[in-house]
Design a protein around this ligand. Sequence first.
Ligand SMILES: Nc1ncnc2c1ncn2[C@@H]1O[C@H](COP(=O)(O)OP(=O)(O)OP(=O)(O)O)[C@@H](O)[C@H]1O
Length: 255
Amino acid sequence: MTKFLEIRGLTMRFGGLLAVDNLSFTVEHGQIHGLIGPNGAGKTTTFNMISGFYKPTSGKVLLRGEDISGLKTHEVARRGVVRTFQHSTLFAELTVLENALVGTHMPFRPNIFAAIIGWDKEDRIGAEARAREALEFFGLEHLAQERAGDLSHGHQRALGMAVAYASHPDVILLDEPFTGMNPEETRRMMGLMRALRDNGITLLLVEHDMQAIMGLCDTITCMSFGKFLAEGGPAEIRNHPAVIEAYLGGARHVA
Ligand SMILES: Nc1ncnc2c1ncn2[C@@H]1O[C@H](COP(=O)(O)OP(=O)(O)OP(=O)(O)O)[C@@H](O)[C@H]1O
């Protein structure tokens, strides 16, 4: 059977540094899948290769059997794979609604001006309906006309996800979605992620908050020094000797 999202032998070399080294794992459809590992393990680089920001040195990313490695980000987005960022990439001067409109446009052309002004009326109406739907899903509808830069940290992160969601994705890649969040914001964000999964969206996330990872993920892949180290459910990973060793070696404990 064709796998949903398969990372096969993915390798990224930066000069003399092997940041990701022959990494293979599979993400099942409709799961929340965590990618963990100590600092510098190669998680973000892996994300960048899956989402089209980097072209792998070698190896493949297969989505439903189609090789998507080396495609541009908007081409990857058109196939249903979008990412959010570790640091906010919201357009701070634009409204919340305009940001969500940019999301609806993501699979077509990565051009903000086309998203805001360059459409004919019918496209614009369809896009606005989708953008509002995304804001509603994330509880941001009442903030639609606010300037994105004025939102609280938690709302900005939720907007980042709404922008991704607005593009009708099958897979959302989340890079450290809980960074800088207070416990209440983290709890709410976890609820939103479960709601996305229940809507048939597959989530792949990189995160250091082990409590959140363990409470949220169906499957966890652990990498270390660019390589695959272990994979399993939360209980298995929490007790896995190689995982514990990798984190203790990096002076970080697995919760
Ligand atoms: N553009 C780049 N050029 C050169 N080296 C890079 C580049 N990006 C990452 N690296 C290096 O590749 C290795 C893996 O980095 P990466 O950011 O993917 O790890 P990570 O697991 O996401 O780490 P962290 O948890 O600290 O964010 C590190 O040694 C890093 O310094």
